[in-house]
Design a protein around this ligand. Structure first.
Ligand code: 6CM
Length: 247
């Protein structure tokens, strides 16, 4: 019964009709398509990407970008995980039920609007990083399937009059994140826990929304992004252990 309950909440293989009639749909569709396409484009040969973390199959790159003295470094990470599917990875990233279990920078999460089985608007506050002010974010999150055994979650900042920016103690940060996952297995075989490999491309661009010391911010990113990706992937492996593979 436990895994039946999980399965009904898995990312749907096709876009949910309740999403396509929502006012956010044109933006969600456009940005998700762009992000998924860009996610699998390599960093090799492109100017400015510097490798800043490497461990096993995980590689993390950043590009140093400052606008008016504020750090907006785009980040791109590649990883490979054996024994879980792209759909399973995205299920655990998208579904709010699991978020506190793997997201260590999170202080609080609220569902602002449950649009459909594949789209939710979230308000989140993050742990305060001294000496900067605390940050919050308001973003839509959309999970979808794509060709070549791919599933992806895109998160992108939005607005909502019930959650005005910079009205309390928090500064509103602006975020675009994409976790794109593609599964492969040996030709001529059926996919299984024993033969499946999922490639992960994680892209993130955060505009801190207001003053934050560049050195502190870069140090936080350098520490927190590898920690996040390692923790998240091992969390999913642990959750999927002894459960049937879901493609
Ligand atoms: O992608 C990640 N998490 C998703 C679910 O929560 C979602 C989150 C996006 C927000 C990313 C904000 C990162 C900034 C956290 C530090 C607080 C900044 C304080 C600035 C002041 C110095 O897409 C995983 C995100 C992993 C982040 C390391």
């Amino acid at each position: 019964a436990e895994h039946t309950r999980d399965e009904v909440e898995l990312p749907p293989p096709a876009v949910d009709n309740r999403l396509t009639v929502h006012t956010l749909w044109p933006e969600i569709d456009r940005i998700s398509t762009e992000q998924i396409q860009a996610a699998f484009e390599g960093v090799g040969g492109q100017i400015g990407w510097q490798l800043f973390a490497e461990e096993g199959d995980m590689r993390m790159y950043r590009r140093e970008v400052e606008v008016d003295g504020m750090v907006m470094d785009p980040l791109k990470a590649m990883h490979k995980v054996r024994g879980v599917s792209a759909r399973e990875m995205c299920h655990y990233f998208f579904n709010p039920r699991y978020r506190y279990e793997w997201e260590t920078t999170l202080e609080n999460m609220n569902i602002v609007e449950a649009i459909s089985s594949d789209a939710i608007v979230f308000h989140q506050t993050f742990k305060r990083i001294w000496p900067a002010s605390q940050r919050d974010a308001l973003f839509w999150s959309h999970v979808r399937s794509a060709p070549q055994h791919t599933y992806a979650v895109t998160n992108h900042s939005t607005t909502n009059e019930r959650y005005p920016a910079n009205s309390g103690a928090c500064i509103r940060l602006i975020v675009t994140v994409c976790l794109a996952c593609r599964s492969e297995w040996p030709p001529g075989q059926q996919p299984s826990r024993d033969n499946i490999t999922t490639s992960i491309a994680y892209c993130s661009t955060v505009n801190p929304g207001g003053w934050a010391p560049a050195g502190v911010l870069r140090a936080v990113y350098k520490r927190e992004y590898p920690k996040f990706l390692k923790r998240f992937t091992s969390y999913v492996l642990e959750q999927c252990r002894d459960k049937p593979l879901v493609m």
